[in-house]
Design a protein around this ligand. Structure first.
Ligand SMILES: *[C@@H]1O[C@H](CO)[C@@H](O)[C@H](O)[C@H]1NC(C)=O
Ligand SMILES: *[C@@H]1O[C@H](CO)[C@@H](O)[C@H](O)[C@H]1NC(C)=O
Length: 213
């Protein structure tokens, strides 16, 4: 009886794709997810079901982020390309993945984010860029991300904060800048968005120009 149960139940609950080493399940909100963690991939496998909403490609060999590789997933909500070798976010003339809410690019090789870097993904709610080699940001790096609530930039090499960055981010709630090279805060930095409830700035070489009396 137990054996019959196992034989019937296992293949249904946990599909796996022997060829790519990916497995399918659902995330905590029941979105169809395909998890290809550490499977030596350098491109999106053609065999993945186009109704998938969450794609996990952590610890693979991706050497680029190509928006069009994901455009045949019409309901795509999340891409996780953490711990790959992505050197840049490619510029796009307009939206390509309008349904994308979460983009994870932790632990890649991204050095700069030019103006309008995320025009392909205007619906982002969460963006994770920690553990890259970002040195500079632009006032318009995140322009157009009017819904973005979480921006993670810790463990980069950012030394100067763009003074008008918050003008592009009216919905921001969590900003993480820990472990960077920041020495000073631009004047009035929070004036465009006075309430960013969760701002993390520790472990930077802050210069204190406090007046002593
Ligand atoms: C993906 O699968 C790996 C094991 O292959 C697991 O460690 C990891 O937690 C999974 N990721 C998610 C987001 O479920
Ligand atoms: C990973 O894929 C590359 C080709 O993309 C291949 O040369 C290499 O042997 C593969 N490594 C493993 C561990 O499968």
């Amino acid at each position: 009886m137990a054996l019959v149960f196992l034989l019937l139940f296992l293949p249904l609950s946990h599909h796996s794709n022997a060829m790519t080493g990916c497995h399918s399940d659902r995330d905590k909100d029941h979105r169809p997810r395909v998890n290809c963690t550490a499977t030596n991939l350098s491109d999106v496998p053609a065999s993945i079901d186009t109704t998938t909403k969450v794609l996990i490609f952590t610890q693979n060999q991706f050497s680029s982020l190509t928006w069009s590789s994901y455009s045949h997933f019409p309901e795509l909500y999340e891409i996780d390309l953490s711990h790959n070798a992505v050197p840049e976010v490619p510029l796009s003339p307009g939206p390509i993945l309008p349904t994308l809410g979460v983009l994870r690019l932790v632990g890649n090789r991204i050095r700069t984010l030019p103006p309008h870097s995320f025009r392909a993904t205007p619906g982002l709610l969460e963006l994770y860029l920690d553990q890259n080699i970002l040195e500079t940001l632009d006032d318009l790096s995140f322009s157009g991300l009017r819904l973005l609530q979480i921006l993670e930039l810790s463990q980069n090499r950012i030394s100067v904060l763009p003074p008008l960055m918050f003008r592009s981010l009216p919905a921001i709630e969590t900003l993480v800048l820990e472990q960077n090279h920041i020495r000073t805060m631009p004047d009035q930095w929070f004036s465009a968005k006075p309430e960013v409830p969760y701002t993390y700035l520790s472990q930077n070489p802050w210069a204190c120009f406090c007046k002593r009396t």
